[in-house]
Design a binder for this molecule. Structure first.
Ligand SMILES: [Zn+2]
Length: 558
């Protein structure tokens, strides 16, 4: 089935929604810099040993390996900034002059930094720059001529991670003895020390860059992403990378991912077919259906296939069907031994964000995002219908309580209290959900929101999300719609899968919920723990605070 064959907006010319386009970057990245232009570093406990309220240059002691690690970043073309809370200034424990002497000593020992961003305030000042507020991250990105989404911050406590995420930057936590266990649990990316953090930053940057560009041009590429809407959306950047290197892209998706597939730029044609080894509730394997799928895939005439999967899924059964369809040059991630089923067997460490994991497979298959494209999620603007006029002006908050997996849904009583708290704080709240979630959305919206349960399909939901000032949502498809529209997310994230892999990608985010709850890493579809404790303890006041943090970060009342 051809998608929008006559559509004037298709493929590379498609107008898209994207977070990065809202900010505009004046820094021209080196061609190697796909993911990051800059690394932001916390000072005390990250670059140098933490000596509380230190005004004495003689007491500056770099952490082990700091100089060599920073020099690796510099020679990779990355810009470096220090982002540091120095409330000792507000409290009068040292002077600005003493602090500058300390910073001069840091540069003497560790080399030059391209920018220094200091918050001189105290918690009581309520400023926009004291971490975990995102002000320093925005300021550093501005100073370095880039955007927060192209920055990665390295820090030693939850305040550092929170500031980076609230600005839409990546964050690596390098714990020290003062780091609290819950801060480690909540972080999406943890490294043992500064050199290890730097090594992984550079490895991820390199992994999305093809080492062997294809020797022959690719006419038709078959890309595959089965599973649900969110899975398809996070594979979008990788599919655009393949599209940049192929004349035509055919996407094989499953029924649950079809609506999302329709929204992806770079796709010329869609084949929808369930794959019984991927579906969470599969029917029996029908030999006739498999034979007909194989024949249909053969008819695509693909000269390359790239099979995208989640870490717990196997690409090998489909690879066999593709081989039977006489398709050469098959690439997939596989920890299982693939024998001769794959031409490119790619492997990725755990913890890498799904969009980057997929981009690294595209790179292994010879493809990279074209210059000018960013590794952010995007939607075809022409595939998103106009937003219903009766919803009023943009600037509302969307609360999406449900999820296809109940373990990742916000308990209705919590969602109800959140709506009440948001309404009390003056927010207009739209409550969204699928046709089978109407009972829940009606109950939740009754606390002070507008019930849109069952009113939209995925594309219609995208239109509503795109005009929101923020989306409050669990780990489910609409979180990725928000990321694709560049709309900040308050993520009520059940830790059944790693946040670092599945958290909203490259968009300002505040994470709430108990990251250390017993459901952690179980991949459970329904909560295995009585009372659903990871999300039932979310304080509605924290959601209100999270929105305040994100609105401050938006810089101009989005
Ligand atoms: Zn400040």
């Amino acid at each position: 089935m051809r998608q929008d064959q006559e559509d004037p907006y298709q493929r590379r010319s498609a107008q898209v929604y994207a977070a990065a386009d809202r900010a505009g970057s004046r820094f021209v990245a080196s061609p190697r810099a796909v993911l990051y232009d800059a690394v932001l570093l916390d000072r005390d406990g990250t670059l140098i040993e933490d000596v509380p309220y230190n005004g004495d240059p003689e007491k500056v002691r770099p952490v082990p390996g700091a100089r060599a690690a920073l020099d690796r970043l510099r020679s990779a073309g990355l810009r470096l900034a220090v982002v540091t809370n120095q409330s000792g200034l507000a409290r009068g424990y040292f002077t600005g002059e003493q602090m500058r002497a300390v910073h001069a000593r840091v540069e003497e020992l560790l080399g030059r930094f391209d920018a220094w961003l200091v918050c001189p305030h105290d918690d009581a000042d309520g400023c926009d720059c004291r971490k975990p507020a995102p002000g320093l991250v925005y300021a550093a990105a501005r100073e370095l001529g880039t955007t927060p989404s192209r920055c990665v911050l390295v820090g030693d406590i939850g305040r550092d991670v929170g500031a980076a995420m609230a600005a839409g930057a990546a964050a690596v936590l390098v714990p020290t003895p003062v780091t609290r266990p819950e801060e480690v649990a909540a972080a999406g990316w943890v490294a043992t020390d500064l050199p290890a953090a730097v090594a992984e930053i550079l490895r991820r940057q390199q992994a999305v860059q093809p080492s062997n560009p294809p020797t022959e041009p690719v006419r038709t590429a078959l890309v595959v992403r089965s599973d649900s809407a969110g899975d398809v959306l996070v594979t979008g950047p990788a599919i655009r990378a393949v599209a940049a290197g192929a004349e035509r892209v055919v996407l094989l998706c499953g029924p649950r991912g079809r609506a999302a597939a329709n929204l992806l730029p770079g796709v010329d044609e869609i084949i929808e077919h369930p794959l019984p080894w991927i579906d969470p509730n599969p029917g029996p394997v029908d030999p006739e259906a498999m034979r007909s799928l194989s024949a249909r895939l053969g008819a695509v005439g693909a000269d390359q296939a790239v099979v995208f999967t989640s870490f717990h899924q196997s690409a090998l059964p489909l690879a066999l069907l593709l081989r039977m369809a006489a398709i050469d040059r098959i690439a997939a991630i596989s920890d299982d031994y693939p024998g001769s089923l794959l031409d490119i067997r790619h492997r990725v460490p755990v913890g890498v964000p799904e969009p980057e994991r997929a981009l690294s497979l595209a790179a292994a298959a010879g493809h990279r995002l074209p210059d000018g494209d960013e590794p952010v999620l995007r939607l075809r603007r022409d595939a998103v219908p106009p937003r219903p006029a009766d919803l009023g002006d943009p600037g509302y908050v969307v609360l999406h309580p449900g999820s296809a997996a109940s373990s990742r849904a916000c308990p209705p009583e919590v969602a109800t209290r959140i709506v009440g708290a948001l309404a009390d704080a003056g927010h207009r709240v739209l409550v969204t959900g699928g046709p089978d979630e109407r009972a829940v959305t009606a109950r939740v919206a009754a606390a002070g929101g507008t019930d849109l349960g069952g009113r939209t399909d995925l594309a219609g939901l995208a239109a509503i999300v795109a005009d929101a000032s923020a989306v409050v949502v669990g780990n489910t498809g609409p979180a990725h719609l928000a990321a694709a529209a560049g709309v900040p997310v308050v993520s009520l994230f059940a830790p059944t899968v790693p946040f670092g892999q599945w958290g909203p990608y490259r968009v300002p985010t505040v994470r709430l919920g108990d990251a250390a709850a017993p459901c952690r890493d179980t991949r459970a579809a329904s909560c295995p723990v009585p009372g659903h404790p990871c999300l039932s303890g979310v304080d509605p006041g924290d959601v209100v605070d999270a929105l305040r943090t994100l609105a401050v970060s938006g810089g101009g009342g989005r």
